[in-house]
Every structure is written in C-alpha cells, then in structure tokens.
Design a protein. Sequence first.
Length: 408
Amino acid sequence: MTHTVWWPARRTSLWYAAAAALVLLPAVPATAAPAPVRAVCDSADPGDVHCLAQVRTDVHAGLGVRGPDARSAALAELPPGYGPSELRAAYHLPAEGGTGQTIAVVEAGDDPQAEADLAVYRTTFGLPPCTTANGCFRKANQRGDAAPLPPDLGWGVEAALDLDAASALCPSCHLLLVEADQAAGDTLAASVDTAAALGATEISNSYAASESNQNAAFAAHYTHPGVAVVASSGDAGYGIPSVPAAYQSVITAGGTTLTAEPGSARGWTESAWAGAGSGCSAWVDKPSWQHDPNCPGRMTSDVSMDADPETGLAVYTTDETGGQAAGWTVVGGTSASSPMLAAVIALAGHPGRFPDASRLYTAASGLTDVATGSNAAGMDCGGDYQCTAVPGYDGPTGNGTPLGLTAF
C-alpha cells in the first residue's frame, strides 16, 4: 500500500510552531545502547538557526598530534573515529584532486583556535599544511575582512568538524572559514554571499532552521553561478524540512550510519541514520528535476554521507564550550555529511555542474543506493519513502552515497 504523505501547502506560522515542537523530539537511537552524545548548539526555537554537530561525550582522547609524527611512541596510535583513509575507502575516493578548488565553511561566531587545531589534525593524518602563511587557509568575517572578527558563539566544535571533514577528503583544497556576526538567517546568508565573493568554489553550511515564511526570503543568497552550495538536512529525523537545505539551489546532504563490513565486496555497509533530516517543503516549489510521487514541494535530501555520531569522524578541537573536553573526540550529525559532500564535489573539480542538485538525480550509477534504515523519529510517515530508506530515492539518504567521482 502506498502512503501519500506531505505537508499541507502554505500553513500558518502558528501551525509551523506547533509542528516544529513535535519534530524537535530526540532522534530514535541507532542502536539499543547508543553512545552518549551532546548537540554542540542548543536546540533552537522554530525559525532560529543552530549548528548541527553532535559530539560523543564518552570519547576524550587527549591533546596534541598523534600518529607517526607524534612526539612519543605512546601517541603513535591514531585517534578514535574515522579518518581520511577510512572515508576514502568507504566512498571509493582518490587521495589526490581538488587543485584550484576552495571549500568555504560558514559558521556563526569566531573559532579563535581554528587554524591551530586544523594543523594538529592535518599533521596527525599526514596531510599537507594548510595555513594562512602558505595561502591555503583563510579566515574572514561576514564582510570578507580579516578583522574585526565576531565573538565566540560556541560553534568551535562545529568549525573544527567542518574544516577537518573537508580536509579529510580533499587535502589539496584551499579552506575558507567565514564567520557570521550572529547565528541568524540574515547574517549567515550574508556570509554565504561573502564566501562566493572571496572565491569559494564549494560552500558548506552545517546549520539549520525549520522552514517558514520568515526564512523563505533568504533563498537567493544561496544561489551563486559556478559555485556548489551544500547544506545539512538536519538532525531531528523526519518532519518539517530545514533551510537552507530545502532551497532549490542547494545540494542537500542527508545522513547514514557507515559501518565496516570486512569480507563484503565493498568492505562497508550503510543504512539511513535515525537522526537524518528529511521532509516535504510547504514553502519551496518542487524542482523540475525531482519526481518523487508523494511530495508536491521540494523534498529533502538529495544525497548522503556518514552522519551517525556512533560512526563519526575523528575531530581535533580545543574548544571547551559546554563542558567539552579539549582534544581529540568523535563528532557526527549531518554537519559531517555537508562538508564531506562539498569535498567530494571539489575533488571532482566541476562545481559548475551543481547550480542545484539535478545532476544527482540522473547519475544513479555513480552512487551507492542505501535501502535500509529509517528516520521516523518525531513524526511517523507510515513507512513511506519520505522517512524510510528504500531502493531508489528516499528522504533520509536521497539518491544514495558517493561511489567514486563519476556522479560528480
């Protein structure tokens, strides 16, 4: 039986507020005994913007460089969490590529230690230096200036995740950190414009607000010819879609649980992550290139990558906001899938192919279909593809995950 599920068009703001309260229920855990996690940014009221990083609170792996370049043999073991080699293997990605590409990550507030923390990550995993001095790294405020920078708003773990994830998959890419004055729709939208003006070829946005008539006006700021704009789908499971993810010009990154499976043909397996955002837009019209049957508006997501904190990425941060222990930890959320997807696009080197996500709807042979798992956390969609991973397109994982670069 087919379940037809969508949001009624153009509901009132009161309806959105009530529905959003339901959507923001905690996600169903990925396992019976999940690892404890903390959302880096506090849950926002409907319409407010918050980052989407989720950090493991049971992983405190110490300070400083690990691996072959560590200061002692006792630190030679790599930190917990997936690093570049695992992620490249899982998604069949080359170790080289991305020359001439600049990945921008847009954050709210300053991360004072961003460059220093990035250096520890890249040294640990044998990646080339990416610094202000060698021209690889640049930090700017939302007007594009090196100073003054905004205050620290507690997004340091988010910034570290975004920079480390982009580095992991595209170590030759330049990195641009644009810091908005506030965690607000207008300041973040202005920062996306600034990232494009400063030469970004891919822009990753690991933050979200529940869509409404108030934030529909920011869509134009996420459209830049020749630049691939990527956004996280959200971490609250199925429900009201997030923006900027629901804008027509944005490539929306959903989330999976990525698990090693030795002996299988791929060596890895993926299922829909229980927290991955998906939903049917009531404010954004359906793009001409999207043809799923039960949603008359824009449906999220488009494509996906690892996002489950249980199978999260190794991240180095000295930010201690919210009681976070400084040093190595494991971080997930669709905040991880967005910068990784931006890095895959950068590796392929054709951001002009992505004025929107349309290419990913005609390139199934270059993607790994994800057909298990569900994100029916706060609102059940009756097993429909909007909240359940099925063969072909579905909301939590989109058209699948990268299988090399042929789709990009």
